[in-house]
Unconditional design. Structure first.
Length: 265
């Protein structure tokens, strides 16, 4: 009997996944991927047949790589197609933690920054996870205050983990001549420890291929070194790309991440 034939009484359902209890183990749950894709804080919504499978593949490969790197994650194993076994949360932290290497996307509208500007070191920002409020960013000064004055070490741990995970994945994608532009991740508490949760797939980051064989990525602005027109991420959907072309981009990501097991850590 397949696992997904027995999935009942969902614990939670989001825009792209459903969480089900594991009747054989109360410390783990099943995370099932959906074919749904959204943008604009859920304002744009479509169903792309086959997306669930390719997201599941990308998520599997990235989390296996991060686990090999020694990061603390909720990912346990692949159960079957579209289904991942993950650790059950004690508490979900309602934040999106965004790390950026290259300026792109929304930061260009409010940050007075030029597209392609390179951040060294990377910058990490916290956004309150709330679609109706459009995921507002938390003030960096306040983050520093609650870390120091309130001993909210979880924020410090998330910031450090996010940057370290970004650097690990940046290096992995670079092996295939692709630049990780930025990335948003989520965290929760498992056994009282800050732990990487949720999924990492084509909707979690921006990826731009190199524009040439030999690139110089140590410049203040690296736009000329990269090929944003060949982007592999969900921006293609945000920009109105046809569903079959969006799915093709996600398949390109999966073909890269399936080779992460070849990389040394």
């Amino acid at each position: 009997m397949k696992v997904d034939d027995n999935l009942q009484n969902p614990i939670a359902e989001g825009k792209t996944k459903i969480i089900y209890p594991n009747p054989d183990d109360d410390k783990t749950v099943f995370m099932v991927f959906k074919d749904d894709i959204t943008a604009g804080d859920g304002a744009k919504h479509d169903v792309i047949e086959g997306k669930a499978v390719v997201d599941w593949q990308t998520n599997r490969d990235i989390f296996n790589y991060l686990n090999r790197c020694g990061f603390r994650t909720h990912y346990v194993d692949t159960v079957e197609e579209k289904v991942a076994l993950v650790k059950k949360l004690d508490h979900k932290i309602d934040l999106e933690v965004v790390t950026r290497r290259i300026a792109a996307g929304s930061i260009l509208k409010w940050g007075r920054i030029t597209e392609g500007q390179r951040f060294d070191p990377v910058i990490t920002q916290f956004h309150y996870k709330d679609d109706p409020l459009h995921d507002p960013m938390l003030d960096e000064g306040y983050i520093e205050y609650i870390i120091k004055a309130k001993n909210a070490i979880e924020f410090q741990q998330m910031r450090e983990m996010n940057a370290e995970i970004f650097l690990a994945l940046e290096k992995a994608f670079a092996a295939f001549k692709v630049q990780l532009i930025d990335m948003k991740l989520e965290y929760g508490l498992i056994d009282g420890q800050v732990t990487l949760i949720d999924e990492i797939s084509g909707g979690s980051f921006r990826l731009w291929p190199y524009a040439k064989d030999k690139v110089n990525l140590e410049q203040e602005n690296v736009l000329s070194e990269l090929d944003p027109s060949g982007r592999l991420d969900k921006d293609t959907y945000r920009m109105g790309e046809e569903s079959n072309k969006v799915l093709a981009k996600f398949h390109q990501i999966a073909r890269i991440t399936e080779r992460f097991d070849e990389l040394d850590v």
